[in-house]
Design a protein around this ligand. Structure first.
Ligand code: FAD
Length: 371
């Protein structure tokens, strides 16, 4: 084993959470290195749909909504900054969301939620709409239009974040699987192959793999597989994100349309299945019949970092003074990443965060009961 010099911050995992955390820490003037097991931004963060808003806001905790709202406020400026600095456009797309329901009570609850979040919400009847491709929905469907909900082209965002991180002096080690080992009863160090690294602050952003990186402890993080399809029509067929129950369509700026997604508990297997492909294609064509003649360009799967308590862990570990967790963002990792990164950086630098940190703390006893 070789021991390298101490550094200020080591971030383990190079998905959206690791990249944004590293950038926030660097903006605070700290020296930051990222260790990524394979290549930057190729796991859940690549596989996601990039919707910047909750799919099911009425089921979301206040803690999650706080982070999502922060992301919604900060993405336009972040996307612009990345575009200008790197030349890579992450395609922030304020296309709005149409959330479909047949339940008037649900529409009223959604109106209340939108008011609390300072978001506009207009209720339309199915007969009033004019999309380029006509949605196949019943006459009693209510369309809850949320014009402020946007999306981001996540693979491009990741490329832009990667380039930007290098530009501002973050060191990135790819093909470098890391694990945490004890340095003392209350501090950890990072082992990468036969090298040991010590750091003032270690931030665990390992997504669905986070519990494997911290051996000997049951972290409340598990992989939840999600599969998606993308259609490539010759001309745009959809203007808004459309959420219909557990299925959604996302339009890209270039006209491509994503159909998502499955929610499967099957461990670390992320092989896309034919059954899921047929189901996602069928649901997409049911909702937007013009897709029936459009080729499917790609089908893929990713592993979301799920938690039993449905709220991410963004905190200092109670037993290790130099370990921080920023993981477990499940279906909202993109929406939450700017707020989560801000919070972790504030905890590390000792500045007062603009978001309340309490809901994201980690209590090992609570986790043992949940797991
Ligand atoms: C199908 C699908 C659709 C989604 N849609 C949306 C959406 O529309 N909007 C939204 O906000 N969110 C969405 N999500 C959720 C979002 O993608 C995730 O919450 C987010 O990407 C999690 O980011 P992360 O950086 O924590 O994890 P990841 O992107 O998985 O990154 C973790 C990284 O850690 C690395 N790693 C693992 N082990 C080690 C190790 N030992 N050493 C070093 N590195 C290691 C991995 O290789 C990986 O690169 C979706 C997810 C899926 C799967």
């Amino acid at each position: 084993m070789t021991t390298s010099p101490m550094t200020e911050c080591i971030v383990i995992g190079g998905g959206v959470m690791g990249l944004m955390t590293a950038i926030e820490l660097r903006w605070s003037g700290l020296t930051v290195e990222i260790y990524e097991r394979q290549h930057i931004g190729k796991e859940a963060s690549w596989a996601g749909g990039g919707i910047l808003g909750s799919l099911h806001p009425l089921n979301e905790s206040a803690a999650n909504l706080q982070l999502i709202a922060w992301g919604q406020r900060h993405y336009p400026e972040l996307a612009e900054r990345l575009h200008v600095s790197t030349g890579i456009d992450p395609e922030y797309y304020p296309c709005g969301m149409w959330w479909l329901t047949e339940e008037p009570d649900t529409a009223i609850a959604m109106q209340r939620w939108a008011r609390d979040q300072a978001l506009s919400l207009d209720i339309m009847q199915a007969s009033e709409i004019s999309e380029p491709g006509k949605l196949n929905i019943s006459d009693n469907t209510l369309i809850l239009s949320l014009p402020q909900i946007a999306s981001i082209r996540n693979p491009r965002l990741l490329r832009a974040l990667h380039h930007y991180a290098l530009q501002i002096g973050i060191t990135i080690h790819e093909n470098s699987p890391a694990r945490l080992i004890a340095q003392s009863p209350s501090t950890l160090q990072v082992q990468i192959a036969d090298q040991i690294r010590t750091a003032n602050h270690i931030i665990l952003t390992g997504g669905a793999w986070s519990s494997q990186i911290l051996p000997g402890e049951v972290l409340d993080i598990r992989p939840v597989k999600g599969q998606m399809l993308i259609f490539s029509p010759e001309s745009p067929l959809l203007e808004h994100i459309v959420v219909a129950g557990d299925h959604y369509l996302i339009p890209r700026k270039d006209g491509r349309i994503i159909s998502g997604s499955t929610v499967e508990e099957c461990g670390y297997d992320k092989t896309p299945s034919d059954t899921a492909a047929s189901m996602l294609a069928e649901k997409a064509c049911q909702l937007l019949p013009e897709l029936e003649t459009v080729p499917v360009e790609k089908h893929w799967a990713g592993l979301r970092p799920g938690t039993c308590r449905s709220t991410p862990y963004i905190c200092r570990h109670p037993n290790y003074s130099n370990l921080y967790l920023n993981t477990g963002h499940y279906r909202n990792g993109f929406s939450m990443a700017p707020g989560a990164a801000h919070l972790i950086a504030s905890l590390i630098t000792g500045t007062s965060p603009a978001l309340s940190p309490e809901p994201y703390t980690y209590l090992p006893e609570e986790t043992r009961m949940l797991a």
